[in-house]
Design a protein. Structure first.
Length: 267
């Protein structure tokens, strides 16, 4: 059996440059090096220093996990640690995540990893997880994209499911385009196979949809409408933290805000 050698650092740098749609000249100017030097690095004629690898990775917005891979390919040790979420050293950061989630109540909010698996949620999420027809969707780790779009998950409750489905799949495809990941590619293929069709180009939108794609979901005998934001750590030095994101849902109309502040059970 023939072993396939891992890509050289120069090859990986070139792949990231092309993925970011940058020319050699653009990247060289941004990194304050000569185009000739960059060409030599990409072709393997020149071995980049550790500092050079990190500088180019920074200019190319390479995620921390892949920066480690670049460093290893160049013959250096990884620079960024990767710890489990329950590691004691991450307790302050996870405490901050819990505080953000709790502080967002009575509106729902979740924390997810790079594969959209839920790692934490606030109390306002509980009603949304009740009555799911397919119990396996709630088995840890809960993948929130799968839960949202599965025909036996939340999809039957989502009023604008075609619009929401298109939004989630487009967002996932953008993520894959930015950072290739076989697990995300498999997830995108699965989600695209679910029943449904892309929203029509002639569809009209209300004021909320003019600024963000809303999530409209039936809960407690009423339709609730949300828009969401994504929050990430600003300057993480740990791979796990760099891949953690908090999605916070805000009421898109007065009725939704009143329903959540009053408690869904009251409806």
């Amino acid at each position: 059996m023939n072993d396939v050698a891992p890509p050289a650092a120069g090859t990986l740098i070139r792949e990231w440059r092309l993925r970011r749609r940058m020319s050699q000249l653009d990247l060289a100017l941004d990194a304050e090096i000569s185009q000739r030097h960059l060409s030599f690095v990409e072709s393997g004629r020149s071995a980049p220093s550790r500092e050079m690898v990190l500088r180019l990775a920074e200019r190319l917005s390479v995620p921390l996990r892949q920066r480690n891979q670049l460093l290893v390919a160049a013959g250096f040790a990884p620079s960024f640690g990767e710890r489990k979420l329950d590691d004691p050293t991450l307790k302050p950061a996870m405490g901050a995540v819990e505080a953000v989630l709790k502080g967002h109540e009575p509106y729902p909010a979740i924390a997810v990893d790079r594969h959209w698996n839920m790692v934490a949620a606030n109390g306002a999420m509980a009603p949304f997880l009740e009555g799911i027809e397919e119990a396996s969707l709630l088995a840890p780790p809960i993948n929130v994209l799968r839960l949202s779009l599965h025909p036996r998950g939340l999809a039957p409750r989502i009023v604008n499911i075609e619009e929401w489905r298109t939004h989630l799949i487009e967002r996932l495809r953008l993520q894959i385009d930015a950072v290739p990941d076989p697990a995300l590619e498999a997830l995108e293929e699965e989600l695209s196979s679910y029943p449904g069709r892309p929203r029509g180009s002639g569809q009209t939108y209300d004021a909320a949809a003019a600024i963000a794609v809303p999530l409209r979901i039936r809960m407690g005998g009423r339709t609730l409408s949300f828009i969401s934001t994504i929050t990430v750590f600003g300057t993480p030095l740990d791979v796990t933290l760099s891949e953690l994101a908090i999605e916070s849902f805000f009421p898109a109309d007065t009725e939704t805000g009143e329903a959540l502040r009053g408690g869904l059970a009251a409806g």
